[in-house]
Design a protein around this ligand. Structure first.
Ligand code: GCV
Length: 635
């Protein structure tokens, strides 16, 4: 019998507003500055059948920069005071508040972090590393290739939520990406021009060994490759100075360069026996005359570890490397540190580096693209986790926040229509990390046109990360995911590999002892946190197996044994996915989203079932302990 597959009609990206439901009118190409965009947005908002919508009055005050003040002395008029960029931010804030029927914020509004960056992992060939929403929005076939109307809409999206820097290429810089600052520079500059009116500046990921490359990035050396990339070599630093001069001539407001060095086989200063401070400072010196920043990633560890080696513990690596360098980095270097000490796992404690580097500028790096959190198939809405993260994070030296983008060329921008909430929320938190997650989610829902579903959808989105955590990662135990693709369960998939990613489960116990008597990770934390984490009887459940190796018989605070809690979470997590599916199917969503959500929910149910059964079977086989309630575990 012939199977009939029901295909959905292709829909244009223009019909997917993300959170810009009220801002679908294409932005005219002649809008050249933030103030002009602000005026256009305010006028078109008033023009679109919105009777009684207030008029806007803009009062430029360059001393305010990105900050703004909103005043509404009479109901018919909103005054936006600010620097030119501040006026744009203030206008979006006021319009969003009008749409959401919320009062305007009082007093001066200033971003908590001056650099609020979206890091794309896009490659010039159009692929996106860890991308789950289609191909790149601006690269294809080795060069720039984009729809300017869509890129302007992207600029509007990013500016409306407060993002001010876009890193356009993958930190794993391939040969074609090296030409973004070489032969492709005029195109890079053209792309920068398109986003400039939104106050969005470009950042470019560069390859530390570029001076040695024989490809087209080398006009500075007469296309002659240098024999070294040693940061203390005069010719090398001159190469970078010439390069920066050329790049800044083409893109005067470039935010800077982003570098992944000595990490996962990328080149770096270690090859030459130089420190990361020496490597970063050499590049920073080239950017300094132009006010550029050098963002240096702290994601450095031994990815060739022997799994037999229990003395090396990957989460300790970044602190061990960078803490001794604190105070040695130039002023325009920013050390970009992933939120947790491992690698964007479902649940990690805050990275000790973010708490421990007192004399270095820091950026916290989050991951919107759902590499370990469900590939934008499973629902995983992040604000509740960020609330906890920002509460824990040391504030003093953190001047920037960055997040790996979840965008792509899919019509709805983010694959799962609700994944757009994470991008919106990132911008909101980057501006003000004290926000309440529920308010952020409600705001996104109202702006995105899901108001009819608001109550139930808010509840579902708020719980979604906790549910995913329940059926995947038990109690902070990481890396039970399928190696390589990072979707679906594989409890020992990473166990005998070189990536430093072990759970060391045996028939009696699971986890790694990271206390002072174990690998010592806890010694990297400030005493008050170390104290909280080091005693398993007070350590928060969600970090229990991150910091401790415990027997299956360990008694949790709620009276359950560890093994029972693992079984319970996996059974409950799956059941909660079923309930979530039921709730979502009853919501009044636009047809296009309803179909996409239902399709992905079916895949999520399948995934949750796999996780439940594989993880429970794994632990049951190892421990031999039966489930207290006699539920089905496969043997
Ligand atoms: C861009 C993880 C990912 C890699 C990513 C890397 C990084 O290891 O799996 O795809 O590379 O992190 O953040 O540099």
């Amino acid at each position: 019998m012939k199977e009939t597959i029901q295909m959905r009609e292709p829909i244009s990206w223009m019909e997917y507003p993300a959170w810009l439901e009220a801002f679908q009118q294409p932005l005219p190409e002649n809008l050249a500055a933030p103030g002009e965009i602000a005026a256009f947005e305010a006028e078109s908002f008033a023009g679109e059948n919105r009777k009684n919508s207030p008029s806007f009055c803009f009062v430029p005050d360059e001393t305010l920069g990105e900050s703004y003040i909103l005043e509404r002395d009479d109901p018919g008029k909103i005054t936006v005071r600010g620097g030119e960029q501040g006026i744009l931010y203030g206008t979006y804030e006021a319009l969003f508040d009008l749409i959401c029927e919320k009062p305007l914020p009082e007093g001066i509004q200033t971003p908590a972090y001056s650099l609020r960056m979206l890091d794309s992992w896009d490659n010039p060939d159009g692929t996106i590393e860890r991308g789950y929403a289609g191909r790149s929005l601006w690269f294809e076939g080795g060069c720039f290739s984009y729809d300017p109307v869509r890129i302007r809409q992207l600029g509007r999206m990013l500016a409306s939520t407060g993002i001010n820097v876009l890193c356009i290429n993958n930190v794993n810089v391939d040969a074609s990406a090296r030409s973004l600052i070489g032969d492709l520079l005029p195109e890079t500059a053209g792309f920068a021009r398109l986003l400039r009116p939104f106050g969005i500046r470009l950042m470019i990921s560069v390859d530390f060994s570029s001076p040695m490359a024989i490809d087209n990035v080398n006009p500075d050396a007469g296309r002659r490759a240098l024999r070294t990339a040693d940061p203390l070599d005069e010719e090398v630093s001159m190469w970078w100075k010439n390069c920066a001069a050329r790049v800044y001539e083409a893109i005067p407001d470039l935010a800077g360069f982003l570098v992944k060095a000595d990490s996962e086989h990328r080149p770096g200063p270690n090859t030459y026996g130089r420190s990361h401070a020496q490597g970063a400072n050499m590049l920073a010196a080239a950017l300094a005359p132009y006010g550029g920043k050098l963002v240096w990633r702290a994601f450095v560890y031994n990815c060739m570890q022997d799994w037999r080696d229990t003395g090396t513990d990957r989460p300790c690596a970044a602190y061990d490397l960078y803490k001794p360098l604190d105070g040695q980095f130039a002023d325009n270097v920013i050390l970009q540190v992933k939120n947790g000490p491992y690698d964007f796992q479902v649940r990690e404690p805050v990275s000790p580096l973010l708490l421990g580097m007192q004399k270095t500028n820091l950026a916290a790096e989050l991951q919107l693209t759902q590499e370990y959190t469900g590939h934008q198939i499973d629902l995983f809405v992040m604000p509740p986790l960020w609330r906890e993260f920002f509460d824990r994070m040391g504030k003093e030296k953190i001047s920037a926040v960055a997040a790996v983008s979840n965008l792509g060329r899919d019509e709805n921008w983010t694959g799962h229509p609700f994944a757009a909430c994470n991008l919106f929320a990132f911008g909101q938190y980057a501006w003000n990390p004290n926000r309440n997650p529920e308010e952020v989610i409600r705001r996104w829902i109202r702006l995105s046109g899901y108001r009819k579903a608001e109550e139930k959808l808010t509840a579902v989105l708020l719980q979604s990360s906790r549910i995913y955590e329940k059926y995947t990662a038990p109690l902070g135990l990481c890396w039970m995911v399928n190696p390589g693709e990072h979707y679906g369960p594989s409890p020992w998939g990473y166990e005998f590999q070189a990536w430093g990613t072990y759970n060391r489960a045996d028939r009696n116990a699971v986890g790694i002892d990271r206390t002072a008597s174990g690998t010592g990770l806890l010694k990297q934390y400030p005493p008050e946190l170390a104290l909280q984490y080091e005693d398993p009887s007070v350590c928060p459940d969600e970090y229990l197996l991150f910091f401790h190796r415990l027997p299956y018989s360990f008694l949790m605070r709620d009276g359950r044994t560890l093994i029972q809690r693992i079984y319970d979470d996996h059974f409950e997590g799956y059941n909660e996915v079923l309930r979530m599916q039921q709730t979502l199917s009853e919501l009044d969503l636009p047809e296009r989203d309803r179909l996409a959500v239902e399709e992905r929910m079916q895949m999520q149910i399948h995934n949750a079932r796999e996780w439940r059964d594989v993880i429970n079977t794994f632990f049951h086989r190892l421990s031999g302990v039966p489930d207290q309630y006699g539920r089905k575990i496969y043997n």
